[in-house]
Design a protein around this ligand. Structure first.
Ligand SMILES: [Zn+2]
Ligand SMILES: [Zn+2]
Length: 280
């Protein structure tokens, strides 16, 4: 069995975002909709006490404090069940959490594409004065993470998606929190995985212009919008569970009662929230 914890379900900035007065951020400040921390996912095999993280957001320390399986065991003063971090790309909201793990005694194990590693040279240098990073390469064929859990990378423009497989049950899960394009390989993975956790950053391509004139489009920011991008793809997938995550605070699907949220729900797709657990 694969265990999945959605530690954070928001895109960069979180919900609310410190400088944002959009309808969703105001509603979150007023307690009308749930707060969301920045996107990160923890995954483990049921038979293992080791956990792997997909992206490490700046909210990671607080995410660990509300997720008991990620906390240190009581049998030694310093330890962690977090055995490694897999990065989809070098975005600040995906990598800054690594710096906050600097108290670790052993080097941090980080799986990333060569381009991501190069773009994070600054972070690598900073951490070298603390625990350091032990970089591991990504492969497009399944590689073991120890125990029955294996994963492979699906290369996308400017990011990667990860597909996990539990070799004891055969269950598979796809994680694509930053998908700017649907390649043939990604499309196949969406159709054959038991669980699909997908990029739900923006509802529409020009969404950010509503709060910031001149802002880049969703596609320019490497996020396929839901309405004319990923909705049909996920709707047609036979996966047992399909879940949007990495949701930007401007996205109308966050607000109960909106037409956009209804469309997503009618398509059989869930909207992630912090703390969501999936057993597969
Ligand atoms: Zn992000
Ligand atoms: Zn906002």
């Amino acid at each position: 069995m694969i265990r999945i914890h959605i530690l954070g379900s928001a895109a960069g900035g979180g919900l609310p975002q410190w400088n944002c007065a959009c309808a969703n951020c105001v509603a979150a400040r007023n307690g009308k909709i749930a707060l969301q921390t920045q996107s990160s996912i923890a995954i483990s095999s049921e038979t293992s006490s080791e956990w792997f993280l997909i992206n490490a957001s700046p909210d990671l320390p607080r995410q660990i404090e509300r997720t008991p399986p990620l906390q240190p065991r009581g049998d030694s003063p310093r330890n962690t069940p977090v055995a490694g971090v897999l990065l989809t790309n070098a975005d600040i909201d995906h990598a800054l959490g690594l710096l906050l793990l600097r108290q670790q005694e052993m080097p941090l194990v980080v799986y990333a594409a060569d381009e991501t590693r190069t773009a994070l040279a600054w972070l690598d240098n900073m951490l070298a004065r603390f625990c350091g990073i032990e970089w591991r390469k990504l492969g497009t064929d399944f590689q073991s993470l120890g125990g029955p859990l294996a994963f492979r990378a699906i290369e996308l423009p400017n990011s990667v998606a990860f597909q996990f497989r539990d070799d004891s049950s055969g269950a598979t899960a796809l994680f694509a929190p930053s998908a700017g394009k649907i390649s043939e390989e990604l499309r196949n993975a969406v159709h054959v995985s038991d669980v699909v956790v997908f990029d739900g950053t923006f509802w529409s391509d020009g969404e950010l212009r509503g709060v910031r004139p001149g802002a880049r489009t969703a596609r320019e920011m490497n996020h396929l919008p839901i309405n004319d991008g990923s909705l049909d793809l996920l709707h047609q997938s036979p996966a047992r569970r399909k879940i949007y995550t990495h949701i930007n605070n401007t996205n109308p699907i966050l607000m109960p009662g909106t037409r956009e949220r209804a469309q997503v729900e009618q398509a059989g797709i869930e909207i992630a929230r912090d703390g969501l657990e999936i057993l597969l």
